[in-house]
Design a protein around this ligand. Structure first.
Ligand SMILES: Nc1ncnc2c1ncn2[C@@H]1O[C@H](COP(=O)(O)OP(=O)(O)OP(=O)(O)O)[C@@H](O)[C@H]1O
Length: 329
């Protein structure tokens, strides 16, 4: 319904936007979003929990039990699931969401990026769900633009868990805005208004992106620079499940090398700030032409072979590199 979309995007019913509204009770319109958070197939979720919890590895199981216990106690708090890629963070979070939702309770799944949001059942981007200000740099003490009588306010009041995936990309003020808003909505002066927050991500990956900023600005925007970080309890996952399940030794070596780079264990040239990649880390080409040739050999014969195309890609970290994809073959 158009009105539901308006509520989702702008947090306003149609009449508040100066448009003709459908003939339905205000209560129904506002309740729709809450119903959306409670309309899961409880039986299917309970079955997922029954099947997958016994499969958790030891670290995942410790994290799962700790978090479910914290949810059950209702005491709130903030946790950080420190999980490098492939360690089963999505697997674990999906189980936590399923467990809470299978009891017909509300668990909110947020992520800093749209792609990460799509990996979680019912996932939404934090910016759209929390109505965060677009530019965090210009407001010292931002709050979420959520009215007290809105459906989202109701969700934030009753939810048992708020998961925020890829939190390391978020500006610290986004989390601080959530803290202020929850305190207000839940009428509770405890941290996050007594709600339970689970942050997840990997600080070795992308940090907040601030246009035209210095490194110092980026570090200052990072969650770890927030006063709230002192309250964070960290849980760790370190076993790379992708490697473990595939029994692939080369993937294991590659995963370790990536971690060493992320953990600053690879020596850096202090004059340039560059590191030298291990010789067996990857194959390096001397030119863009050679890169294209290596990744897409014989493209003239294969350009309509979907399987062949599905096995290869050139990822460009910088926008100017994306010109590669515009080249004729
Ligand atoms: N305990 C487990 N039992 C079986 N499969 C698992 C388990 N944990 C993770 N997996 C599988 O391992 C793979 C990687 O897990 P997952 O996608 O959850 O990792 P991730 O930490 O979210 O990785 P990334 O950050 O790279 O997306 C998935 O295919 C997932 O289904």
């Amino acid at each position: 319904m158009i009105e539901d979309m308006c509520l989702l995007i702008a947090n306003k019913v149609l009449s508040c936007l100066g448009m003709t509204a459908p003939n339905r009770h205000m209560h129904d319109a506002l309740n729709h979003e809450l119903q959306r958070e409670q309309q899961y197939d409880i039986e299917a979720l309970a079955e997922t929990v029954r099947t997958n919890v016994p499969q958790l590895n030891q670290q995942q199981r410790i994290a799962y039990d700790t978090l479910i216990e914290a949810v059950n106690s209702g005491s709130g708090g903030i946790y950080f699931l420190d999980a490098p890629g492939g360690t089963g963070k999505t697997f674990l979070i999906s189980l936590l969401l399923a467990r809470i939702r299978s009891r017909n309770d509300v668990a909110l799944a947020l992520a800093s990026s749209g792609i990460a949001a799509t990996l979680l059942e019912g996932g939404r981007t934090a910016h759209s769900a929390l109505k965060l200000p677009l530019n965090m740099q210009i407001t010292e003490t931002p709050i979420c633009n959520i009215a007290k009588n809105s459906a989202m306010a109701k969700i934030l009041q009753v939810c048992k868990l708020i998961v925020w995936d890829e939190c390391t990309m978020a500006h610290k003020r986004s989390l601080e805005a959530l803290d202020r808003t929850l305190k207000d909505l839940r009428d509770n002066h405890n941290i996050f208004g007594g709600a339970m927050i689970l942050l997840s991500g990997d600080f070795r990956q992308t940090l907040p992106v601030i246009p035209r900023s210095t490194v110092a600005d980026e570090l200052n925007a990072c969650l770890k620079s927030s006063n709230l970080w002192q309250y964070v309890k960290t849980l760790q996952l370190t076993t790379n499940m992708r490697v473990f399940l595939q029994h692939d030794e080369t993937a294991n070596v590659f995963a370790k090398q990536l971690l060493d780079i992320g953990n600053n264990k690879v020596a850096m040239d202090t004059s340039t700030g560059f590191i030298t990649l291990p010789t067996d880390f990857c194959q390096i080409t001397d030119s863009k032409e050679e890169l294209i040739q290596r990744v897409f050999p014989d493209i003239a014969q294969n350009f309509n072979n979907h399987n062949w195309l599905g096995e290869r890609a050139i990822l460009a970290a910088k926008i100017k590199m994306s010109r590669i994809s515009m080249r004729p073959f």
